[in-house]
Design a protein around this ligand. Structure first.
Ligand SMILES: [Zn+2]
Ligand SMILES: [Zn+2]
Length: 115
């Protein structure tokens, strides 16, 4: 016949070969006697926390990197945009007389040549 043991913490009925309470995870006297280690020791929790923190800070670093790259892209796009606006504003030189005409002009102001 199986001898029943009870959890010292919550009083749950456990098999006598149990090392841990199935209800609350407390080590049974048998578990203590056999020196079974508790899976979630404080150091392990701390290590996991450290790992999680490192992971998080790495993720933040990655995020900053990506943001920086994006900013660079935006800046270069803006630069291109400014250049193209400047390009559009640059006067056109008439092919016939060489007169500088504004970009918006269709005909040369000096000789009437179609620009
Ligand atoms: Zn228990
Ligand atoms: Zn002209």
């Amino acid at each position: 016949m199986i001898n029943m043991v009870y959890c010292s913490n919550c009083g749950k009925e456990l098999n006598d070969d149990a090392n841990f309470c199935t209800n609350c995870g407390t080590r049974t006297p048998k578990g203590i006697k056999e020196g079974v280690t508790i899976p979630w020791t404080e150091t392990e929790i701390k290590q996991d926390l450290d790992k999680a923190l490192k992971k998080a800070s790495k993720a933040i670093d990655e995020g900053v990197k990506v943001a920086r790259e994006t900013l660079k892209e935006v800046a270069s796009e803006l630069d291109k945009e400014i250049k193209s606006v400047k390009e559009k504003r640059r006067p056109i030189n008439c092919a016939v007389c060489g007169e500088e005409n504004p970009r918006s002009a269709k005909y040369c102001t000096k000789c009437g040549n179609l620009l």
